[in-house]
Design a protein around this ligand. Structure first.
Ligand SMILES: Cc1cc2nc3c(=O)[nH]c(=O)nc-3n(C[C@H](O)[C@H](O)[C@H](O)COP(=O)(O)O)c2cc1C
Length: 438
């Protein structure tokens, strides 16, 4: 268990609830505005969060246009670009952006994140994803996604190349000695010379060394392949876990795999996603939640299930009947399984399942008072289910602000959360080891 709970703020346009954009409190012009993201980041920084996180997909959603026309996030600001702006506009908080290993080249990613790490003074993390949608494949020369297992094989080699490139400059490589006229020491230059199955990269990286040793690696795949890659390479793992028992099983499973790679369990922080709706009373919190649910259109519910079920369409089934057998997807495997298990375990109809999904997409919703929410978080943290949480405010900024104003002080009062930023770098604050450069 970490000394303190680590908190991330998962920024997401108007909020994580599918109907957030229709809520009276959200500013309809904010979605494409830098000020909106800066404001959310400043709220999280005020709450002493370790990081903010930006997700990404490099494709238009594959949904039916009839459902899609009711959705925001059909166009988003590219996250690495947004992160660069946030890096120079904030002081303390960690900044994590997503980039796919399926549709990028490792040299480009190593270079961009190393540069962001400089601009931010050592606060950058890369959310390494393998991507899950067909629409992304079609933007990168393919007619369909490559197979799930092959995406992860490419990702493992990709991560190793990026890691190698980030070690291009050894300790004290930059002499910058005006008197002798020597700028750097070639002896301290590590040229990668990588030749593998997917990539051929000579190196070295022509970007400066990272202030935090190397940028933090975040991952969010929970399939067998996803866990294997995370156990070997990740500093932080985001995950969707619907209840304490499932979260504990995932936590033990993933940390148990690290020994094989000579890594201490504490070198990786597991942050399940959580959607807080805080009220002064439980009744108030519940009515805030119910209000959101009335704004969801049925087409969106079904389109989202179709997306999470790898294109399997449920619209011709009785929506008040049980979930039929769902074929295995080539998209994201772990979330599909989570939803199928949830439907079976709780005997949910298709309609009840999509109502759950539009609200929380399989992540944990916590609806209650600040004390209720802090109690649940404390339980997960102290009972081996989480090293912290990725906070997914359903309506933004409203629910992020309420969390920071009411739940954070309660967690700090209990000694569960930091009150100040203790270390300059994200890696230092997370307490994940700094790799030693050759
Ligand atoms: C909190 C969270 C955030 C994620 N963000 C992204 C993202 O931005 N882009 C993406 O392609 N996948 C994202 N994913 C999906 C995972 O990275 C992964 O691709 C997906 O879970 C499928 O992997 P799996 O088959 O190993 O479960 C996210 C998952 C979680 C839990």
């Amino acid at each position: 268990m970490s000394e303190y709970m680590h908190l991330g703020a998962f920024l997401h346009g108007f909020g994580h609830h599918q109907a957030a954009w229709r809520h009276p409190s959200t500013n309809i012009d904010s979605e494409f505005s830098f000020e909106h993201y800066l404001k959310l980041t400043q709220i999280a920084e005020r709450g002493c969060f370790d990081l903010v996180f930006l997700a990404d997909s490099a494709g238009f959603r594959d949904w039916d246009l009839e459902a899609l026309r009711r959705m925001p996030r059909v166009a988003v600001i590219e996250p690495i670009t947004l992160l660069a702006a946030l890096a120079v506009s904030t002081k303390n908080i960690g900044l994590v952006a997503t980039a796919s290993t399926t549709y990028n080249e490792p040299y480009t990613i190593a270079r961009m994140f190393a540069s962001l790490d400089i601009l931010s003074g050592g606060r950058i993390g890369w959310n390494l994803v393998t991507s899950t949608s067909e629409s992304e494949a079609m933007n990168y020369h393919l007619t369909q996604q490559i197979a799930h297992g092959s995406r992860y094989e490419r990702a493992a080699e990709f991560a190793a190349v990026v890691d190698g490139l980030w070690q291009s400059w050894g300790k004290d490589a930059f002499l910058r000695d005006k008197a002798s006229g020597l700028y750097f020491d070639p002896e301290k230059l590590n040229t990668l010379n990588h030749k593998g199955e997917h990539f051929s990269v000579r190196g070295p990286l022509n970007a400066p060394p990272s202030p935090q040793g190397k940028p933090v690696i975040v991952q969010a795949g929970s399939s067998e392949d996803g866990k294997a890659l995370a156990a070997r390479t990740a500093d932080v793992v985001f995950t969707a876990q619907p209840n304490l028992a499932a979260a504990q099983a995932f936590y033990n499973d993933l940390k148990g795999r690290m020994n094989a790679f000579d890594r201490a369990p504490s070198a990786l922080k597991i942050l399940p996603g959580m959607l807080p709706i805080v009220g002064e009373t439980r009744e108030e919190a519940q009515s805030l939640f119910d209000e959101m649910q009335t704004l969801v259109h049925q087409d969106i519910g079904l389109a989202q299930l179709k997306d999470l079920f790898g294109g399997f369409d449920l619209s011709s089934y009785d929506l008040d009947g049980p979930l039929p057998p769902i074929p295995e997807t080539n998209g994201g495997k772990s979330r599909q399984q989570l939803l199928i298990d949830m439907a079976h375990r709780e005997n949910l109809s298709i309609r009840q399942l999509y109502q759950r999904t539009t609200a929380a997409r399989g992540f944990l919703p916590l609806v209650g008072t600040a004390t209720d929410i802090a109690d649940a978080m404390e339980q997960w943290f102290t009972q081996g289910a989480a090293d912290g949480f990725n906070i997914m405010a359903p309506v933004m900024p409203r629910d992020l602000e309420a969390f920071v104003d009411h739940v954070v002080p309660e967690l700090q009062r209990r000694g569960l959360m930091q009150r100040v930023y203790s270390d300059k770098t994200l890696r230092g604050r997370l307490g994940v080891p700094v790799p030693v450069a050759a």
